[in-house]
Design a protein around this ligand. Structure first.
Ligand SMILES: Nc1ncnc2c1ncn2[C@@H]1O[C@H](COP(=O)(O)OP(=O)(O)OP(=O)(O)O)[C@@H](O)[C@H]1O
Length: 348
């Protein structure tokens, strides 16, 4: 039965993942609200340290346990316990250098688009694989938090493991991947709010055991909203690629994303025009099904160049390999991505 009493009993027994004391001892249960008619429960917990791998694990366990109690939807909010309470249980905490501290040789490459569905994630995934094919050590952060798709596109079914308090990214085609998709249950109704999403993203940099990386690619949320802006501001120094289709309207919208990159001091490396053309299987002729000129127009507006044009074409069917959006090395788009990756590695 989903009652406040039952939820409180459950919470009191759980331990703060950072302080290793029960929430009864730390006094960390701040709020429990139940909406009976919707079988919804929302819980506010104060913990020793927020946005850690341990918090993510606690979230997963908590959602599962609350559902077992009968909750259909769950809202979780975390905040930090007051310093004096933390000090009582944990006298010191040390700040370690991280990927975000600027003491890293990793090059950040963000992939942005003006709107959804133009192929931004497809470009991210294939550029990452192409850079790995060239021998670089590559990571991908799927920062498209609401619309995460990188794991699916690369055919990743497993979830990351923990090593101590660090998250070990999943590796596929030589690319290390981290995605919000790994921390959300399938079709989970967990409600993620704006600021929390931003903090989650920080932990993707700080709490993940990336090892040495030459390139870290970021699949940005589409558009120019808050999250996209948060992400732009969060990365210390990043070059950016803007993806558009050849349609003039798409390019017009993409220009706003480009402007956002410029406003946040991210240098634009170039434009990739995706779904540029369709090559007829019969005549070999190129048909410009989505129009022509969008990429060039965008590049002109942003004072940059078109660094790649990808055909409207699915990857080859490959027996035993499930990666719906990864182009093979001998695929026309696979070859084009390799050229783009070479160009990027020469410039950057
Ligand atoms: N060059 C291409 N040829 C054929 N299909 C493509 C191509 N590029 C992308 N697609 C398909 O188009 C759809 C949208 O692509 P994708 O998810 O990469 O776009 P997106 O811009 O990241 O969208 P969102 O931001 O909404 O997640 C996917 O189904 C993808 O497989």
């Amino acid at each position: 039965m989903l009652t406040k009493q039952a939820v409180l009993e459950l919470l009191y027994k759980l331990k703060d993942p950072f302080l290793h004391k029960t929430f009864e001892e730390t006094g960390g249960v701040e709020e429990v609200v139940i909406k009976e008619e919707k079988n919804h429960v929302s819980v506010k917990l104060a913990i020793g340290k927020t946005n850690t791998a341990e918090q993510m694990q606690l979230q997963q366990e908590l959602v599962a346990a609350l559902k077992e109690l009968g909750a259909v939807t769950v809202g979780l909010r975390f905040s930090q316990l007051p310093e004096e309470v933390i000090a009582k249980f944990q006298p010191t905490s040390e700040e370690k250098p991280t990927l975000l501290s600027g003491k890293t040789d990793t090059k950040f490459l963000a992939i942005a688009s003006g709107k959804g569905g133009v192929g931004k994630s497809t470009v991210t995934v294939n550029l990452a694989v192409a850079l790995a094919r060239l021998g670089y050590k590559v990571g991908v952060i799927d920062a498209d938090i609401y619309g995460f798709s990188v794991p699916d596109m690369m055919g990743v079914e497993e979830r990351p493991k923990l090593n101590g308090n660090k998250i070990v990214p999943v590796e596929r085609f030589g690319v290390k991947i981290i995605s919000m998709g790994f921390f959300v249950e399938d079709n989970s109704p967990v409600i993620w709010r704006g600021p929390r999403l931003g903090k989650m993203l920080t932990s993707f940099f700080k709490e993940v055991e990336w090892g040495e990386l030459d390139y870290l690619l970021l699949d940005l949320p589409p558009g120019t909203g808050d999250i996209a802006l948060d992400v732009h501001n969060m990365i210390p120094s990043s070059k950016e690629i803007i993806v558009t289709t050849p349609h003039p309207t798409a390019a017009f919208v993409a220009a706003r994303a480009g402007q956002m990159a410029i406003n946040t001091d991210h240098e634009i490396l170039g434009v990739i025009e995706n779904m540029s053309y369709y090559e007829s299987k019969v005549t070999g002729e190129k048909e410009y099904v989505f129009g022509k000129g969008g990429g060039d127009k965008l590049a002109e507006v942003l004072n940059t160049e078109v660094i790649g044009r990808m055909a409207l074409k699915q990857p080859f069917d490959e027996e035993g390999v499930f990666a719906p959006s990864v182009y093979q090395e001998d695929h026309p788009n696979g070859k084009e991505y390799l050229e783009v990756a070479k160009g990027i590695s020469e410039k950057f």
